[in-house]
Design a binder for this molecule. Structure first.
Ligand code: FEO
Length: 164
C-alpha cells in the first residue's frame, strides 16, 4: 500500500539548466525529496517527527536556491522574472500551509506531502527554470567569448562561496 505512493526521483540531464551551481541545488532538492520518501513508514507520529526535524533545513535550502535564481534573473533583466518569482512565493506559501496542517494534525501523510514536493519541483525545473536557461544561453551566445555575462558570473561565484 505504502509502496504504491513512493516514487523516488532520479536526476537526469532533462533537469539541467546549464549552470553547475543551480544544477547542484536542484540535485540537492531532489535528494531531499528522496530522503523524505525513505522515511515514509505509514506511522503518522514517526513521519511527523521526522518532518519537523528536517523541514527548517529544507526551507533554508529552498530559500537559498530561489534567491540564487532570482538574483540571476534580475541581473540579466530576464523578462519572465515576475512570473517566476510569483511561482517561487506561491510554492513557499504552499509548503508553509502544509506544515501548518501537519502541526494541526490534519490527515496528510508524508508520502502525499513528498509527492507534492516532487511533482512541483520536477515540473517547475523542466518548465519555468528552463526558460531562464534558454535566456542565459542566448546572452552567452551573443558574446564573443561565449561566456555568461559578468554580472551573472559574479552572482554565481558569490552564491557558490555562500553555499560552500
Ligand atoms: Fe529552480 Fe525556479 O526554482
Amino acid at each position: 500500500m505504502i509502496e504504491e505512493k513512493i516514487n523516488h526521483v532520479t536526476w537526469s540531464d532533462t533537469y539541467s539548466v546549464g549552470i553547475k551551481l543551480l544544477d547542484d541545488q536542484h540535485k540537492g532538492l531532489l535528494d531531499f525529496v528522496n530522503d523524505l520518501f525513505n522515511h515514509v513508514t505509514g506511522n503518522a507520529d514517526e513521519e511527523n517527527a521526522y518532518l519537523q526535524r528536517v523541514i527548517h533545513h529544507a526551507k533554508r535550502y529552498i530559500d537559498e536556491h530561489f534567491v540564487t535564481e532570482e538574483e540571476c534573473m534580475l541581473a540579466t533583466n530576464f523578462p519572465g522574472y515576475a512570473e517566476h518569482k510569483t511561482a517561487h512565493d506561491e510554492f513557499k506559501l504552499a509548503v508553509v500551509k502544509s506544515m501548518g496542517g501537519f502541526k494541526a494534525g490534519k490527515p496528510m501523510t508524508l508520502s502525499n506531502f513528498t509527492n507534492f514536493l516532487k511533482n512541483w519541483i520536477s515540473s517547475h525545473v523542466i518548465t519555468m527554470d528552463k526558460q531562464y536557461c534558454l535566456y542565459f544561453r542566448r546572452i552567452a551566445a551573443i558574446k564573443k567569448d561565449g561566456k555568461l555575462n559578468d554580472t551573472l558570473a559574479k552572482i554565481i561565484n558569490k552564491r557558490e562561496n555562500i553555499s560552500g
